[in-house]
Design a protein around this ligand. Structure first.
Ligand SMILES: [Zn+2]
Length: 95
């Protein structure tokens, strides 16, 4: 029989809370974060920059089937690409 219980004094280990300092991620969000879905374009499609999300069908009409990248079923395009698309669509509407 083992009867050897030593009394262990439990010491409270205190971890200084100020060790974990939260790094305030003060990133400049002036430029875009979401790249334009059109492969030949390197603009940004962020909302605050006038970006839009369009349907794949619309994108295919203007840039062809492999000219863009699809995200969650939508194509995010930048402002200037949106304008290109609108123009293309207009030309298409003469019937
Ligand atoms: Zn673009």
């Amino acid at each position: 029989m083992v009867h050897d219980r030593t009394k262990r004094s439990q010491r409270k280990t205190r971890i200084p809370t100020n060790l974990k300092k939260r790094k305030s991620a003060a990133k400049d969000k002036k430029s875009g974060e979401i790249k334009c879905g059109i492969k030949s374009c390197d603009g940004f499609s962020d909302k605050h920059m006038g970006g839009r999300s369009i349907s794949q069908d619309d994108a295919i009409d203007v840039w062809g089937e492999s000219g863009f990248e699809v995200r969650k079923g939508r194509v995010r395009i930048c402002k200037s690409c949106y304008r290109i698309m609108k123009k293309e669509k207009k030309d298409d509407n003469h019937y």
